[in-house]
Ligand binder design. Structure first.
Ligand code: HEM
Length: 433
């Protein structure tokens, strides 16, 4: 049988070339795989949900109150019907939590890459593809959020259309072109649905394919223990006999975790929010976009000026310009860090204190902006005063990252001094023997 297949499909060549490849083993390398599993499971659960979801705003009978005459959008009604289906609500919850876990794992994967210098030559392109992957994953999640078309989703969509329309000079055109006419148009849901199930997943799959091919071509960085074992050789486990069972266990563990989440933590109660209305509930994005929301919340609403006929306002600066600059900095990292290339091994984060300090300062800044996303609650609870909430949050967003940068440098220098003292002691002890 093997020979029959080999004569026709050259299996043995595939085996020698790929199946016997050594996969470096280190727990932090599982983060990319977990992100990949989440993408696969999102597509699987999404495909099932798509069988029952109705991407339309046409008015139909209210499934929660079939005897009444009031009509509701078909999209909302179908979300209610999905919830009522056996396992329907569980499926929606799994899809929701998987999106959050994919973003969480993807961001930790990015941190692993950054703090171990795996973005350096020759892997700059994979760093840029990775950033695009994270951005398109977030966009896919935001479009997904709008599909239940309840009052929460409707308000979120209003915010998203508002942000797109805030671009000076062309905003109105961009908003109408991207969201099928003046908001809320009859085509809004079918347009967003097209983005969510076709365009964006297509882009994600293409980017992931390029990401994996480049990783295989460039070979994965290796954990530091491999240096001791076999210098400049790839040390790892073969795909079929060991890497596959490891990945399978990880995928099952991950799926189990997501089901646990989905079983106990409800999401987006479409019944409670009800169909779209002109009452806007307080909406907050998920954790990975809270920082953008926070920047918007602490920019003065009165910030607006006109330049050559274009209107520049707080929405444009808060949701597009500032995040654009921050994400632009991430893209520039491989160009800014011109230190030695990193062909083989994951670098020890404490060997690069400035990079470590800047990375930690960056995440502290994102953390403060995320807390600013709860500005209304901070004022309501009396922790901050309405009069100076913005000023205090801006000061924290600037000062805390600076403090954490110098703190990190100080700690790393302290660790290094301790390590050197240990080494000196050991050498002295060895000399005495
Ligand atoms: C969001 C979707 C993503 C998926 C599905 C994904 C998937 C993967 C997988 C499976 C690996 C190999 C295992 C590992 O190192 O963890 C990997 C490696 C890599 N990823 Fe990603 N990744 C994603 C996002 C990112 C991001 C956001 C970045 C950086 C900004 C990035 C940069 C890289 C680099 C540079 C490598 C090679 C690592 C090395 O050789 O050490 N990826 N990715």
């Amino acid at each position: 049988m093997n020979q029959w297949l080999d004569e026709r499909l050259h299996i043995s060549r595939l085996n020698d070339k790929f199946l016997r490849k050594a996969f470096p083993v280190h727990h932090s390398f599982f983060l990319g795989e977990i992100t990949l599993f989440a993408l696969i499971l999102l597509i699987l659960t999404g495909a099932i949900l798509a069988l029952f979801y109705e991407p339309s705003v046409v008015l139909v009978k209210n499934p929660l109150n079939p005897t009444s005459t009031d009509l509701v959008p078909a999209a909302w009604a179908s979300a209610i019907n999905i919830n009522a289906m056996p396992f329907g609500d569980m499926l929606r919850r799994m899809h929701h939590w998987m999106a959050n876990l994919m973003m969480g794992a993807g961001l930790m994967h990015m941190m692993r890459i950054y703090f171990t210098g795996a973005y350096k030559k020759p892997r700059e392109i994979n760093w840029w593809i990775g950033l695009l992957l994270i951005i398109f994953t977030a966009l896919t999640a935001v479009t997904g959020y709008s599909l239940p078309y309840d009052n929460f989703a409707f308000t979120t969509l209003k915010v998203v259309v508002g942000i797109a329309s805030s671009i000076p000079w062309i905003g109105e055109w961009v908003g109408q072109a991207a969201f099928a006419g003046k908001f809320p148009g009859p085509g809004i849901i079918s347009r967003v649905y097209g983005y969510h199930i076709m365009l964006l997943p297509g882009i994600l799959l293409a980017l992931t394919g390029a990401h994996m091919l480049l990783m295989i071509k460039q070979k994965h960085t290796q954990p530091r223990y491999a240096k001791e074992l076999a210098y400049k050789k790839i040390v790892g486990v073969p795909l079929i006999t060991q890497q596959t069972p490891i990945m399978l266990m990880l995928a099952l563990l991950f799926t189990g975790l997501v089901m646990l989440f989905a079983a106990f933590i409800p999401v987006h109660p479409v019944e409670v929010f009800g169909p779209p209305s002109n009452q806007s509930p307080i909406v907050k994005p998920d954790f990975y976009l809270l920082w953008v929301f926070g920047i918007l919340a602490i920019l003065p609403g009165s910030l607006e000026f006109n330049l050559w006929g274009g209107v520049f306002n707080a929405e444009f600066f808060g949701a597009l310009v500032t995040p654009g600059i921050i994400i632009g900095l991430l893209f520039a990292i491989p160009l800014i860090d011109r230190s030695s290339e990193n062909q083989y091994y994951a670098e020890n984060p404490t060997d690069y204190p400035v990079r470590l300090g800047l990375g930690i300062a960056f995440f502290v800044m994102i953390g403060v902006f995320s807390v600013a996303g709860y500005r209304p609650e901070l004022v309501q609870s009396g922790i901050l005063k309405e009069s100076n909430a913005n000023t205090i949050l801006w000061i924290l967003a600037i000062v805390l990252p600076i403090i954490s940068y110098f703190l990190t440098i100080g700690i790393v220098r302290g660790i290094r001094k301790l390590r050197e003292a240990d080494e000196r002691e050991m050498q002295a002890a060895a000399a005495d023997d």
